[in-house]
Design a protein around this ligand. Structure first.
Ligand code: ADP
Length: 415
C-alpha cells in the first residue's frame, strides 16, 4: 500500500492544494468538504460505464486503468491515469452516463469529489477550467493516436488477408486453367472420334447408332465450349488478355455472330435485326475478342427471350465524357428481363439468376443452361478495350416480358 497516512488522517485540503494550485482558500474549503479519500486495493472498480456521473476523481497514488467492455468477456483498454490526474470528469461535465469503466491496477489512493461542489467551484475558478481543458485536450490527443494505431493495425491485417486471398485466388485460377487446358485435349480427341464414327458407312443404315453418335458429338462440343469459356474467363480475370488492335467493322462482327446463331434464331422463331451499324466508323479493337463479347450478348438475348421474340442490335457514335468519341452498340431483346437487384451483379463470374434449366444441353434453348460466365467474360473483354458495358431492364417478368438492353461503349481513340 502507499505510504499515505490512513484515510481518516489525510488532510484533504492539503492534498488538493498542490494538485489544484491557483484555487482560492474558499474554493479549496468547498471542495475539501465534498471530498472523500479512498484507499483501494488493486483491481477495484471505481466507477462503471453506463452509470450516471456523480463524482469526479483525482488519483493521488497508484495507477488506474480506463477501459470499455465490448461484451461480457472482451474489454478494450483506453489508457492509464497517473497520480495527480483527474478521471471520471467527462460524465459530470456533460451530465451524462459514464462511457468508460475505471479500475485500479495496483493498490491506489484516490480523492472522490462530489459532483455539485465540483461544478460550483468550476464555475468560479478559471484555473480549474483551464486545468480540465488541458487534461481533456491531452486525452483527445491520446485517443486520436490510439485510434490511428488501431486503424493502421486493422489496415495491415486487412492487407495481409487481401494478399493471402489473392494468393488463394491465383492458386484456384491456376488450377482451373490447368484443369480446363488438360481436359480440352482428350475432349478434342473424343470429338474427332465421334465425328469419324458419324461418317462411318456402318452407321448409315443404323439410325439409332447415328443418333447416339450425334449425342456424343453435341456433348463434346458443349464441353469444349465450357472449357473455352473457363479459359477465357480466367484470362480476363488474371489480366493475361492480349489485345491485338486493328480497324474493326462492327457490322461485320455482328453479321458473323448472327450467322453463327442463324439456325437457333430460325428454329426459335426469333426476329433478329441489325440497325445502323453499316455506316459506323471502324473501331480500333481486337476483332476476335469483340466477336466473343457480342457472341455472349447475342447468345444470352436468344436464351432469355421466348420463342417468337425479337432481338435488335443498334449502333451509333456518341461522345462520352469519360471515353471521348465512342461507338455505342446495344443488344436489345423482348425477353424475361432482369430485376433491379440483379442488374449489376450479373456481370460477376458464376452469377446467374432465377430458375435456369441446369441440365438443358442447348445454350440457345429458352432459359437454356450456362455456367454464368458469359457476362463476366464480356464485361472483362469490353473493359480491357477501355470501354464499358451495362444492362438496362424494366424488371424481371416471365409473363409480360419487359426485355433487356445491353449497352456497350467502345472508345474510338483508346489511350
Ligand atoms: P449464363 O447465361 O451462363 O447463366 P451469363 O454470365 O451470360 O451466364 O449471364 C448471367 C445471368 O444474367 C444469367 O443467368 C441471366 O439471369 C442474366 N441475363 C443475361 N443476359 C440476359 C438477358 N438478355 N435477359 C435476361 N437475363 C439475362
Amino acid at each position: 500500500m502507499s505510504d499515505l497516512p490512513p484515510t481518516q488522517q489525510v488532510d484533504v485540503k492539503e492534498v488538493l492544494r498542490p494538485l489544484l494550485f491557483g484555487l482560492s482558500e474558499e474554493d479549496l474549503d468547498t471542495l475539501a468538504a465534498a471530498t472523500r479519500v479512498r484507499q483501494l486495493p488493486a483491481d477495484t472498480v471505481i466507477c462503471h460505464e453506463g452509470e450516471l456521473g456523480e463524482a469526479v476523481y483525482v488519483l493521488i497514488d497508484g495507477e488506474v486503468q480506463i477501459l470499455q467492455y465490448l461484451d461480457d468477456e472482451t474489454e478494450r483498454h483506453l489508457h492509464y491515469t497517473q497520480p495527480g490526474e483527474f478521471f471520471g470528469e467527462m460524465a459530470v461535465l456533460q451530465e451524462s452516463d459514464r462511457t468508460a469503466t475505471v479500475r485500479t491496477t495496483v493498490d491506489s489512493a484516490i480523492l472522490e469529489i462530489g459532483k455539485d461542489s465540483f461544478l460550483t467551484v468550476l464555475g468560479r475558478s478559471p484555473s480549474l477550467g483551464i486545468r480540465l481543458m488541458v487534461r481533456l485536450t491531452n486525452r483527445l490527443r491520446d485517443s486520436d493516436r490510439q485510434a490511428i494505431d488501431a486503424l493502421r493495425e486493422a489496415n495491415e491485417e486487412l492487407m495481409r488477408t487481401l494478399r493471402q486471398l489473392e494468393r488463394l485466388d491465383r492458386t484456384k485460377t491456376d488450377f482451373i486453367q490447368v484443369a480446363a487446358h488438360e481436359l480440352r485435349t482428350p475432349v478434342a480427341a473424343l470429338a474427332g472420334y465421334a465425328q469419324m464414327m458419324g461418317g462411318h458407312p456402318a452407321l448409315q443404315n443404323a439410325p439409332e447408332l447415328r443418333a447416339l453418335t450425334e449425342g456424343v458429338l453435341a456433348s463434346t462440343e458443349r464441353l469444349q465450349r465450357i472449357f473455352n469459356n473457363i479459359l477465357d474467363a480466367s484470362k480476363v480475370m488474371t489480366g493475361e488478355l492480349k489485345i491485338r488492335r486493328s480497324p474493326v467493322s462492327m457490322a461485320l462482327v455482328l453479321r458473323g455472330v448472327e450467322s453463327e446463331f442463324a439456325r437457333a434464331i430460325e428454329s426459335r422463331g426469333l426476329t433478329f435485326e441489325i440497325l445502323g451499324l453499316e455506316g459506323l466508323p471502324f473501331c480500333p479493337a481486337d476483332p476476335d475478342l469483340l466477336y466473343k463479347a457480342f457472341q455472349h450478348l447475342v447468345n444470352n438475348a436468344i436464351k432469355y427471350t421466348p420463342d417468337g421474340g425479337r432481338i435488335t442490335v443498334t449502333g451509333r457514335v456518341v461522345d462520352v465524357p469519360e471515353l471521348g468519341e465512342s461507338l455505342e452498340i446495344a443488344v436489345e431483346d423482348t425477353g424475361i428481363g432482369i430485376s433491379p437487384q440483379d442488374i449489376e451483379l450479373i456481370f460477376a463470374k458464376f452469377y446467374r439468376t432465377g430458375e435456369v434449366a441446369f441440365h438443358s444441353s442447348s445454350t440457345t434453348a429458352f432459359k437454356g443452361g450456362g455456367p454464368g460466365l458469359g457476362l463476366a467474360i464480356t464485361s472483362g473483354l469490353i473493359v480491357a478495350h477501355g470501354g464499358r458495358i451495362w444492362a438496362e431492364s424494366a424488371g424481371y417478368d416471365e409473363e409480360n416480358f419487359p426485355g433487356s438492353r445491353f449497352v456497350v461503349q467502345l472508345p474510338l481513340n483508346p489511350p
